[in-house]
Design a binder for this molecule. Structure first.
Ligand code: MOS
Length: 776
């Protein structure tokens, strides 16, 4: 058969919309999530969690529980306390974490204090309810302002004893902000706060462990298979070579599965004791305390500007809640200090230690809580100046970040503002607060800047190119629902000149080459760049063999000029041959192992990733430039003049985030991010009983998240942006960007609608009822 008679091969193109390669598997139930993995004859675990928030366990009364039919084992710190070492806080941050099975200490309400294992989930649950725990209780500190809290300035926390996402903590500052504030023509000086929030992924938090001949397999949804493997191995003192973590598909993550939590070691130990697989599916309520959450924050934000609107001073002090033993923090002043041109900047971050679980990542840490005060204050400043808020942001745009004066690798904030303002029809806005109406609805329009660092980490991959032709890409990448496997397949298909249907992606398994943490919007850049590198290595191998083949059509050609396209190897003079034929020269499938260690990442970044170190996995910094994605977000709200009900009526976001790999999933990510932001602004908050330091709305009935009826039309505009400085493919990442400006955009729209400035999220009816505009 002549070549041309073969099925026409569709050239997949990087940057063209493509449906998810795993879409069919997901909608037909073929996709295996962690709890779907089949293990033989499993026993079932149920967690017993602490009813007190602070104190010590003095004993357990287990007779009644043990007598429950089907009970196999009950684990407490007394029976297995020596078997698991301490768990580090998320993100490889310094300081200590809370304990769970290591001692009699209770650090927070809902801490795991015992695990019941039984023949059935029902028996385990029944017995767990019969476990009696005796405590000596101490009064807990529930939240900011509670007696007994301990507040520490992060800069004072010794290096190694605390520290931020990067090692050591530095509060960005430049110039003399206090003096500049004192002499500024216009000043804003306000306090803001964001509430605690909890992840509620559809997929509950589950763990299944199976031991075979000393080899442990852990099936658990994770954003970092090598991290889960390495940390668990260390915790239970076994060789990491004997642990495998599997997480093929994930039903929502966005930080909630970013770090290993206490339950995993308990289940591994339970399974080892019984010499039988053990499965745990924690309840929705338990998910509020056995994993991490977004800590509540407080902010003191001061801006000083000249009469023409130019920022002269910015001072941002933040406070973040954390657990008693940890100094976990997200430190968003790293971004707020650098968002606008401003000669005098002063920042400080404090942690406030409470008797609660250690917090962790939640979509767009830290920009989501930290941009709220800054972007609200910018809106307040625009009114104080009598200036359009878009114009205020435009005139304070900068080519260099103000702290060290480093240029952005690319920054198209103004383009985003212009495109979003145009699409949103911003000019129809009457700037006067409470001036726009639609029947009984007070209408408000607000905007804010979105920003997120463009991270890239070390990664490795194995590419296997076989006759067919087809390609397999293997790497311990995680698809947390974002379409990551599709992006990886698109990259390989594009670079290999193959249709995407012939590219298989195998991920979510620590037996595969290490790729870092699927978080911090780094994963697309980290994974796709190393895949492109592997494809280029494959092309070189094929080209070199082709030009060396004296009988072949490419003999004597320059191998650098040979291309992979449309299922063929192509050279000069319109010479081409099917890829299978080119592969044949290599005598079988071509297997390539590639590593990519981006600039700014330590040379041993891939080894560190294998060892589960998140900091290296998330990437480093450039010496001479800063990397950020930008966006502009516009929101229209309606506030009902009689009831105070707030509804988002429209939302438009424009984003410049480098090379977009797949506009279909990119749009979904940015839209999802914006919905998350609306949720954070209007709905989400975990309520705390101040006396008991317990969460009181720990379920989906009372923890509010938006439903379809809460979400209007959302418009996502992708601004083309080419940035070859950040990485070879110019990818910046978009997982978090879409959330970051939304809190403020909604709050600013509510102010415009009502004249009421809400500085404490979420925005709820009761905070608006006294507004004069509502009674009018
Ligand atoms: Mo994202 S909160 O860094 O998973």
């Amino acid at each position: 058969m002549p070549d041309d008679a073969r099925m026409p091969v569709r050239q997949s193109v990087f940057g063209q919309p493509a449906p998810r390669i795993d879409g069919r598997a997901k909608v037909t139930g073929q996709a295996r999530y962690a709890f779907d993995e089949v293990v033989a004859n499993p026993a079932h675990a149920f967690l017993v969690t602490s009813t007190i928030a602070r104190g010590r366990i003095t004993g357990f009364q287990l007779d009644e529980a043990r007598a429950t039919p089907g009970v196999l084992d009950i684990l407490t710190f007394q029976t297995v306390g020596g078997e698991a070492g301490p768990l580090p806080p998320p993100g490889g941050q310094g300081g200590k974490n809370t304990e769970s099975l290591q001692s009699d200490r209770v650090w927070h309400a809902g801490q795991i204090v015992a695990v019941v294992v039984a023949e059935t989930p029902e028996a385990a649950r029944e017995a767990a309810e019969k476990v009696r725990v005796d405590y000596v209780e101490e009064p807990p500190s529930a939240s900011f302002g509670s007696p007994g809290v301990e507040t520490l300035a992060l800069a004072d926390v010794e290096k190694g004893g605390g520290g931020g996402p990067q090692e050591g903590h530095e509060d960005p500052k430049v110039g003399d902000a206090e003096a500049a504030l004192a002499r500024a023509a216009v000043r804003i000086d306000q306090r803001y706060s964001t509430p605690p929030q909890h992840h509620n992924p559809l997929e509950l938090f589950t763990t299944t462990c199976e031991w075979r001949d000393g080899q442990l397999t852990v099936y658990e949804g994770t954003q970092f298979a090598h991290g889960l493997k390495a940390t668990l191995a260390k915790q239970i003192s076994i060789d990491p070579a004997n642990v495998r973590a599997v997480s093929r598909f994930i039903g929502g993550a966005f930080g909630s599965r970013g770090g290993i939590t206490h339950r995993t070691a308990w289940i591994a130990i339970a399974s080892r004791r019984l010499n039988r697989p053990v499965r745990l599916e924690a309840t929705r309520q338990q998910g509020f305390t056995i994993v991490t959450f977004r800590a509540e924050t407080q902010h003191h934000l001061r801006l000083g500007a000249s009469k023409d609107g130019r920022l002269q001073a910015l001072a941002h002090e933040g406070w973040e809640a954390t657990s008693r033993p940890s100094t976990y923090n997200v430190s968003g002043t790293s971004t707020t200090a650098r968002l606008y041109g401003c000669p005098n900047v002063l920042t400080k971050v404090n942690v406030v230690k409470l008797d609660r679980q250690t917090p962790g990542f939640m979509r767009a840490p830290p920009e989501t809580p930290y941009l709220f005060p800054l972007e609200s204050a910018m809106d307040e400043l625009s009114y104080a100046l009598g200036m359009d808020p878009v114009e205020l942001r435009r005139i304070n745009d900068t080519r260099n970040e103000p702290i060290k004066g480093l240029p952005y690798t690319s920054r198209h904030l103004v383009k985003c503002l212009d495109a979003a303002a145009e699409a949103f029809d911003w000019k129809r806005r009457d700037p006067k607060p409470a001036s726009m109406r639609d029947g009984d609805w007070l209408v408000g329009l607000g905007c804010a800047t979105a920003a997120y660092p463009a991270n890239i980490g070390a990664a490795s991959t194995r590419l296997i190119l076989s006759p067919g032709p087809h390609a397999r890409v293997q790497m311990a990448a995680e698809d947390i629902g974002t379409g990551a496997y599709t992006s990886i397949a698109l990259t390989a298909a594009d670079r290999l000149g193959l249709p995407i249907e012939t590219v298989a992606v195998e991920g979510g398994d620590s037996s595969l080459p290490a790729a870092g943490l699927a978080a911090g919007s780094n994963h697309a850049a980290s994974t796709c760049n190393v895949v492109a590198k592997a494809c280029e290595m494959a092309r070189q191998r094929l080209a070199q063999a082709a030009v060396a083949d004296k009988e072949g059509p490419f003999a004597g050609q320059d191998p650098a000029a040979l291309r992979l396209r449309d299922g063929h190897l192509e050279g000069a003079n319109a010479v081409r041959e099917p890829l299978d034929k080119a592969l044949g020269r290599l005598g079988g499938p071509l297997e390539i192992y590639a590593e990519n260690v981006p600039e700014g990442v330590a040379a041993d970044g891939v080894q560190k990733t294998y060892q589960g170190q998140m900091a290296s996995a998330r990437g480093g910094e450039l010496k001479d430039q800063v990397r950020y994605s930008f966006g502009a977000q516009f929101v229209e709200v309606g506030v009902h003049r009689l009831t105070g009900e707030v509804r988002v009526r429209r939302a438009t976001g424009a984003f410049a985030a480098g090379q977009i790999i797949n506009p279909t999933t990119a749009r979904s990510q940015l839209m999802g991010g914006m919905i998350w932001g609306i949720s954070a602004a209007l709905h989400e908050a975990t309520e705390i009983d101040a006396r008991a330091a317990r969460y009181v709305n720990a379920d989906l009935a009372e923890y509010l998240v938006p439903v379809n009826a809460d979400i209007p039309e959302i418009e996502v505009i992708l601004i083309p942006e080419e940035d070859r400085r950040i990485n070879e493919l110019g990818i910046k990442g978009i997982g978090e960007l879409g959330t970051t400006g939304m809190n403020a955009a909604v709050a600013n729209a509510v102010f415009h609608a009502t004249g009421v400035r809400i500085r404490d999220l979420p925005i709820r009816i009761e905070k608006l009822l006294d507004a004069p505009a509502l009674r009018a």
